[in-house]
Write a protein that binds this ligand. Structure first.
Ligand SMILES: Nc1ncnc2c1ncn2[C@@H]1O[C@H](COP(=O)(O)OP(=O)(O)OP(=O)(O)O)[C@@H](O)[C@H]1O
Length: 295
């Protein structure tokens, strides 16, 4: 190639790149223990990550490594101290309806019924009432809550509330779904059901999903790739491609699943920030990563 053919800009994003985070740093001013003076705490350092269009990317890492902070940055709810995040080549400067967010605590409006919760984003988008009803109905049925439309959140189980939160995030048709430990608060059986339903919905809707979890099994079961973060300061240590076939029903007992699970566990175990924690016999790997973890 002659010199003239060398492009001036070498960092042009690939067409299939949906989210690009470049050189993210996050520094907080925190009070020192025995004095009133402030000191810099480096929560995230030099974090680079690209998420492809339609990809399911999971992020795992020890407690406090910056998973939620980074997700908040993609959501536009937090600003990095330095570095930039782009969606479709546009720099993120704040929250927008191109990103749907599902958090651990459901965050439903207690005074709204299931239907009215799901219609919330549609109201903001000023979708006419008749269309709102049709759209919310479609998503309520997609998450398996037909006949629960007029219930209030306090009349639902944890798993049902989480389904409402997913339906609400999907209903206004964001291109990207950001999920922060969305299934942590439900029992193991419900969690597996919700994981399977999320995959079904993802396959139908072709959204790009970034999914933060403490659960290695959960990450391997769901994701195309798993970004493993390390702490103090938080950054991405490695990205593991999960080459398991889809659909993934029944995959949890396969050797390939076990290999991916072990690989991620090893990466986390070698993290000095987690080194003082020993994985006890028969305890789930997620408990080793964080005391609050659940798979
Ligand atoms: N406003 C803040 N001021 C000071 N430090 C903060 C602030 N917000 C977060 N941190 C620190 O930044 C680090 C990353 O926090 P973050 O919540 O993103 O971690 P996480 O990986 O999501 O943790 P967990 O898995 O326990 O939810 C932590 O050490 C946290 O104490």
């Amino acid at each position: 190639m002659s010199e003239n053919n060398i492009p001036f800009v070498t960092s042009v994003q690939e067409k299939s790149d949906k989210i690009v985070a470049r050189n993210i740093h996050q520094v907080y001013k925190i009070k020192q223990q025995d004095s009133d003076s402030l000191t810099n705490f480096e929560a995230i350092k030099q974090l680079d990550l690209t998420v492809k269009q339609g990809e399911f990317l999971a992020i795992v890492g020890p407690s406090g490594c910056g998973k939620s902070t980074f997700l908040d940055m993609i959501a536009g709810l937090a600003k990095p101290s330095s570095g930039e995040i782009f969606i479709d080549n546009r720099k993120i400067t704040g929250p927008a309806l191109d990103r749907g967010i599902v958090l651990q605590g459901y965050a439903l409006f207690p005074w709204r019924t299931v239907r009215k919760n799901v219609e919330f984003g549609l109201e903001i988008k000023k979708i006419p009432e008749k269309d709102r009803k049709d759209i919310s109905q479609r998503y309520i049925e997609l998450v398996g809550l037909k006949n629960f439309e007029e219930r209030y959140p306090h009349e639902l189980s944890g798993g049902m509330k989480q389904r409402v939160a997913i339906a609400r995030a999907l209903a206004y048709d964001p291109e990207v779904l950001l999920m922060d430990e969305p299934f942590a608060a439900v029992d193991a059986q419900t969690r597996e059901t919700l994981q399977e339903e999320l995959l079904r919905i993802w396959e139908q809707t072709k959204k790009t999903i970034v999914f933060v979890t403490h659960g290695i099994d959960e990450a391997v079961f769901l994701a195309d790739r798993v970004a493993v973060m390390t702490a103090n300061p938080g950054t991405i240590k490695d990205i593991i491609t999960i080459n398991l076939p889809r659909p993934r029903d029944g995959i949890r007992s396969s050797a390939e699943f076990g290999w991916a699970r072990h690989k991620i566990w090893e990466l986390l175990q070698n993290d000095p920030s987690a080194a003082n924690k020993v994985k006890p016999e028969n305890q789930d790997i997620a408990d080793f990563i964080s005391p609050s973890a659940a798979l």
